[in-house]
Design a binder for this molecule. Structure first.
Ligand code: ZN
Length: 251
């Protein structure tokens, strides 16, 4: 499947190619994934997902991390469902009853619109130091990520992504790391704002509970984060791609 880069969270800003190729995992791919995916190791599993995308298309390395995070989700989505719709079941936090809903890629999954201006980066002051921020591509991110894969000093992938937002890491790695990890007060607010701008671009999905209403008689709704949807995507594969009677007939 070719995805138009204009449909990615970055809006395709600055890309030198019009589309990116993402394939659903085949049976062999699913089995290998199951055997080799390093569950419980957040850095290893992120690397594993990145490599799976790069196998589909080498140009992933030139894509922004914000887009790649979405493409990891997309690859799992197209693996579990051939029409990019997805059956979810959640429990209503108000009445406890299960809510079943089919969500569809085209109508339920939206990004917060990105402003082209923020894609040029910014000047920030962190712990008294001036830095230029960058919008990291996978290539940029790997320069930072490789260091943490090797020494495992930080194992929080969001923290490593935050460090990767600051340019000039090659020359100032120690200072950048200590300014990010040791940030206090308004510096924390600044880093949270940057994370929000450059990574968390998917809008949560709002699902209405068919069983209960609030004091005003309105349907209560539940917010579902898109990232939480494909937690165990192999189980989801069976739910979302069931076989029907035409697939197997016993003699
Ligand atoms: Zn309810």
């Amino acid at each position: 499947m070719e995805i138009n880069v204009a449909q990615l969270p970055s809006g395709g800003y600055g890309y030198g190619f019009p589309t990116i190729r993402i394939q659903p995992l085949t049976f062999l791919g699913v089995c290998q994934y199951k055997d080799n995916y390093p569950t419980g190791d957040p850095l290893g599993s992120y690397l594993y997902d990145l490599r799976a995308l790069i196998e589909d298309d080498q140009r992933i390395k030139e894509c922004y991390v914000m887009d790649v995070d979405f493409l990891i989700f997309y690859k799992k989505l197209c693996t579990v469902s051939d029409d990019l719709s997805y059956q979810i079941q959640i429990n209503c936090p108000h009445c406890g009853k299960p809510i079943n809903k089919k969500i569809s890629f085209s109508s339920d999954i939206h990004f917060r619109k990105i402003d082209e201006k923020i894609m040029k980066g910014a000047k920030i002051n962190l712990n008294g130091h001036e830095y230029d921020t960058i919008v990291p591509t996978v290539n940029d991110f790997m320069k930072v990520f490789n260091l943490y894969l090797k020494y495992r000093k930080v194992t929080d992938i969001k923290m490593i992504k935050t460090i990767a937002l600051i340019g000039n890491f090659d020359y100032q790695a120690n200072q950048i790391e200590s300014d990010v990890l040791g940030a206090t007060h308004s510096d924390i607010t600044l880093l949270m704002a940057l994370r929000d701008l450059y990574y968390d671009r998917l809008e949560p999905i709002i699902v209405e509970c068919p069983h209960c209403r609030d004091e005003k008689g309105e349907r209560r709704s539940v917010t579902v984060s898109v990232e939480s949807l494909i937690v165990d995507f192999f189980r989801e594969l069976y739910v979302n791609s069931p076989i029907d009677a035409s697939k197997i007939v016993f003699k």
